[in-house]
Design a protein around this ligand. Structure first.
Ligand SMILES: [Zn+2]
Length: 277
């Protein structure tokens, strides 16, 4: 009887844990996009503190409209302060959460508007920022077989580089934003860590489900023998001082087009929805 229970338990454990072939273990770094969020980001910070993890936050400039002179932004700046004090890295996720590559390729925005959306966050969050940027959806950082799209992507990446940022993508996509794949976040993450031999993991600190399971996921990653490290392990440039160009306020761009507002709308909706919880 004991043997049966043992075998059943072993099968159960092996189906939950997906140790890498050969018992290999890898370093990973946690990153969180789309924040800060007034109630969820503080919970993420608490878990990271208790688990002694230095993570990275890629924040949206639209959470800081009008900068520090706007008292309505106090909560958001307070969270940046906490993130910085705790030793986390802070990167830009651009201003509005738009697909810059698609905006150019579909002529929804001009080059000047796209460039403006990429660089305008810098001046707003310069007191907290590290010289790193992640494009929403990674759009613009990938290779395209379409020469027109590739030309636009080259322009986007050139804009990021000239502004003084290092673009930071990800190796492991948790898809934690996808409500239909919630049960798959952990198994998929563990599988990808083996496939990519570790690397940068993408999470979102505006997702209530992520915050609810983060500690459990961290424990599961560590139970496999993997080590959670700071982003400098993969991106040494994150330690560099902030170039002056990043802090410059760009010339005001034209009002953002209707289409791009629609695209960034889902983030607002997510925040609004979570705020109601
Ligand atoms: Zn994002």
């Amino acid at each position: 009887m004991k043997k049966i229970i043992f075998i059943t338990l072993s099968l159960f454990v092996s189906s939950v844990h997906a140790a890498c072939p050969g018992g290999k273990t890898y370093p990973v770094s946690l990153t969180f996009d789309d924040g800060p969020h007034p109630t969820l980001t503080p919970k993420v910070l608490k878990i990271l503190e208790e688990e002694k993890i230095k993570a990275s936050f890629f924040v949206l400039g639209e959470h800081f409209p009008g900068g520090k002179s706007n008292p309505a932004n106090k909560w958001a700046y307070d969270l940046l302060e906490k993130e910085k004090k705790a030793g986390h890295y802070i990167g830009s996720h651009t201003f509005h959460h738009i697909d810059h590559s698609q905006m150019l390729s579909h002529h929804k925005m001009s080059e000047a508007e796209v460039k403006n959306n990429i660089v305008r966050s810098g001046a707003l969050i310069k007191d907290y920022l590290n010289p790193i940027l992640r494009l929403p959806y990674g759009a613009g950082s990938f290779h395209s077989s379409n020469p027109v799209v590739q030309k636009n992507n080259d322009l986007i990446m050139k804009t990021i580089k000239e502004a003084g940022y290092k673009h930071v993508g990800w190796d492991i996509d948790t898809e934690d934003w996808n409500a239909k794949k919630r049960a798959n976040v952990l198994p998929s993450t563990l599988k990808q860590i083996c496939q990519t031999h570790g690397g940068v993991i993408l999470f979102h600190d505006i997702q209530a489900n992520t915050v609810a399971h983060l500690r459990e996921w961290i424990h599961a990653i560590r139970a496999e023998g993997h080590t959670i490290v700071g982003l400098e392990h993969f991106v040494p440039d994150v330690k560099k001082p902030l170039p002056a160009a990043i802090c410059e306020m760009p010339a005001p761009g034209k009002p953002i087009s209707k289409q791009s507002e629609d695209l960034s709308h889902h983030v607002h909706q997510a925040v609004q929805h979570i705020k109601k919880d």
